[in-house]
Design a protein around this ligand. Structure first.
Ligand SMILES: C[S@@+](CC[C@H](N)C(=O)[O-])C[C@H]1O[C@@H](n2cnc3c(N)ncnc32)[C@H](O)[C@@H]1O
Length: 246
């Protein structure tokens, strides 16, 4: 499988912003892939991932978390050498506004990194991931949490094209090496399905037909995980330079 270093090459991160960082999952990729960096700041609207973030990077004083909404970043224009957004485009209520903010705080000549799974062109095992993900979206949406179904690759390329990056490289990252029916994996996914079923069961009683439909879909997905198996869906990673004239 292609490594983070092969994707990011000899890139020096400088001052890096990781938007919608959650518990900092993408920062592990940055640490592995960047040649070097001065500082990484991860921001997220919620502090749900802050404790896990702090624990993961406790030995790295130059990596820190800040709670902030990406539609209104607290920094002046051109504050960062690198900005990143991973696994989050489909979580945003106002995508154009967030992308405009990222562009604003990125220096001319700086690097924009976007990483996002997509829903088309997947194997049957990867399609299990896509369908599970869309069910998670349905449960989140029923609870009033912003979460959209994933984009197609073509839609992602169109979004990336709006960023005015020259040059830009696109890498499709896909790992089909694991056993798609590994018993530990199936157990882990079963636990996640149980947690989402509990959340669906906790919806207001007025939503009874919706709850029943979500529960049925969850059990069908449990069957699918067992019979077809699971691989993570392919992700596209775009790395591009902000045009000096943008
Ligand atoms: C799937 S998680 C991201 C995970 C992380 N980037 C990673 O790759 O491990 C999506 C995150 O987007 C965050 N989010 C959604 N809208 C946001 C916004 N306007 N500003 C900042 N974070 C936002 C959510 O709170 C959530 O933590």
């Amino acid at each position: 499988m292609i490594t983070p270093r092969q994707i990011l090459g000899t890139l020096s991160g400088g001052r890096v912003l990781d938007v919608a960082t959650g518990s900092g999952g993408f920062i592990h990729f940055l640490i592995e892939g960047l040649n070097d960096f001065d500082e990484i700041i991860g921001i997220d609207t919620t502090d749900r991932g802050a404790a896990a973030f702090a624990a993961a990077f406790k030995d790295r004083p130059n990596i820190r978390f800040a709670q902030m909404d990406a539609t209104h970043l607290d920094w002046p224009n051109a504050s960062f050498d690198t900005v990143c957004i991973a696994n989050s485009l489909h979580h945003l209520a106002d995508l154009p506004r967030v992308l405009a903010e990222l562009d604003r705080v990125l220096k001319s000549g700086g690097q924009f990194i976007v990483s996002e799974m997509y829903r088309d062109g997947q194997t049957a095992e990867q399609q299990t991931h896509v369908e599970l993900h869309h069910w998670w979206v349905a449960v989140d949406t029923a609870q009033g949490i912003t979460h959209h179904e994933t984009y197609t690759r073509e839609q992602l390329i169109a979004i990336i094209a709006t960023l005015n990056l020259h040059p830009v490289t696109l890498t499709d990252v896909c790992d089909l090496s694991g056993d798609p029916k590994d018993p530990e994996l199936i157990q882990e996914l079963g636990g996640i399905i149980d947690r989402y079923l509990e959340r669906a069961a906790g919806l207001p009683q007025a939503a009874a037909p919706q709850i029943a439909a979500l529960q049925q879909r969850g059990e069908q997905l449990r069957q699918r995980v067992q019979t077809i198996g699971f691989h993570s869906a392919t992700t596209v990673i775009a790395v591009g330079t902000k045009s000096a004239t943008a």
